[in-house]
Write a protein that binds this ligand. Structure first.
Ligand code: PMP
Length: 360
């Protein structure tokens, strides 16, 4: 068996040690005689899995008791609706920062439920920058400020946590959560689809400050109601049990690696190496301003786009897969989440140099 280095933006690679542990436990979880997939979500075995996963995530991210941690379904896309439904309250107006494709989707969905003020946008720079905070037109009466710390498609990442004053800050952390330490206390809500740095698709993690729950809009679907989900331990209905279990294995793996500080160190090294290879070549290019380059998603173009297909084919033959850029952007994109080993990035960089030598 040979595993490839998979640069997919998500579902993305999982740590091999996690997959092996899941394989070991698949038929008989810890002497229970049953697979996790076959367990009642309310039985004591699964409850212990669920609780441990939450405890480990709280420890990794330093999440205090002021916050509820929810393990939901529906993807980050459902949170585009859940956030305004739960938070827009009497103000019924919210500030959004537009830094690319995912911000735009969040904005479009929020407009169905509240008045959206786009307080800043980097559309003029073709989303190659993050708007300087000094220029943001924040509304002090907004119910919340929403932003996308890492734009998965554009490869643009905030190098700072925005200052939203007393207005709760909401972050779609889908493609950056767990990539480095983060000060959770600066946020009202953090949400993330799991299929990048947390675990398999099907699970969505929502971290919500408890005082922000309990005032949903009247038409909020019960499944989207944060307070109902918190009161029911994310088990108002049957939760995505196997994804939750695998997420727990990933959290334990990150702890074993040395936690988020260590992850951040490794991720920075991987990203620096890849960007240096792009910048030092006369053949590859990345359009994003230096301070806002993503550590997780690295888009790049070839000097001659006619070589894109050859690049993809030859890289695949080297065991480097899913490098095709998003259809809206073209070129290539290497997603290098926590589970991408340094060896994967080193192999890609060596391949890129060799490809340039032959075709550049
Ligand atoms: N936000 C961001 C930043 C994303 O990268 C994605 C998925 N690529 C989404 C939202 C949508 O996530 P989901 O597919 O879980 O709804």
């Amino acid at each position: 068996m040979s595993r490839v280095f998979n640069f997919s933006a998500g579902p993305a690679m999982l740590p091999q040690a996690v997959l092996e542990k899941a394989q070991q436990e698949i038929l008989d979880w810890q002497g229970s005689g049953t697979s996790v997939m076959e367990m009642s979500h309310r039985g004591k075995e699964f409850m212990s899995i669920a609780t441990q996963a939450e405890t480990d995530l709280r420890e990794l991210m330093g999440i205090s008791d002021e916050y509820a941690v929810l393990f939901l379904q529906g993807g980050a896309s459902s949170q585009f609706a859940a956030v305004p439904l739960n938070l827009s309250g009497n103000e019924k107006t919210a500030d959004y920062i537009n830094t690319g494709a995912w911000s735009k989707k969040a904005i479009a969905e929020a407009k169905r439920y509240c008045d959206v003020n786009v307080a800043a946008s980097s559309e003029d720079s073709k989303f190659s920058t993050v708007p300087a905070q000094d220029d943001w037109q924040l509304n002090p009466d907004a119910a919340y400020v929403h932003y996308t710390p890492n734009e998965t498609i554009g490869g643009v990442e905030f190098s700072f946590i925005p200052d939203s004053g007393n207005v709760p800050l909401v972050a779609d952390m889908s493609s950056t959560i767990l990539s480095r330490p983060v000060d959770v206390s600066r946020y009202g809500v953090i949400y993330a689809g799991a299929q990048k740095n947390i675990g398999p698709a099907g699970l969505t993690v929502v971290i919500v400050r408890k005082d922000l729950m309990g005032q949903p809009l009247a038409n909020t679907p019960t499944m989207f109601n944060y307070q109902v989900q918190a009161e029911n331990g994310s088990m108002y209905n049957t939760p995505p049990t196997y994804s939750w279990y695998l997420a727990g294995l990933v959290f334990a793996w990150i702890k074993e690696q040395g936690g988020l500080a260590k992850m951040g160190e490794i991720n920075k090294r991987k990203a620096d190496h890849l960007y240096a290879a792009i910048d030092d070549s006369g053949f590859y290019a990345n359009p994003v301003e230096l301070v806002s380059r993503s550590w997780m998603n690295v888009p790049f173009t070839l000097a001659n786009p006619e070589l894109d297909t050859v690049f993809l084919q030859e890289s695949r033959e080297e065991g480097l897969t899913t490098l095709k850029g998003h259809r809206s952007v073209g070129g290539m994109r290497a997603s290098i989440y926590n589970a991408m080993p340094e060896e994967g990035v080193n192999t890609l960089v060596a391949f890129m140099a060799e490809f340039e030598r032959r075709h550049g």
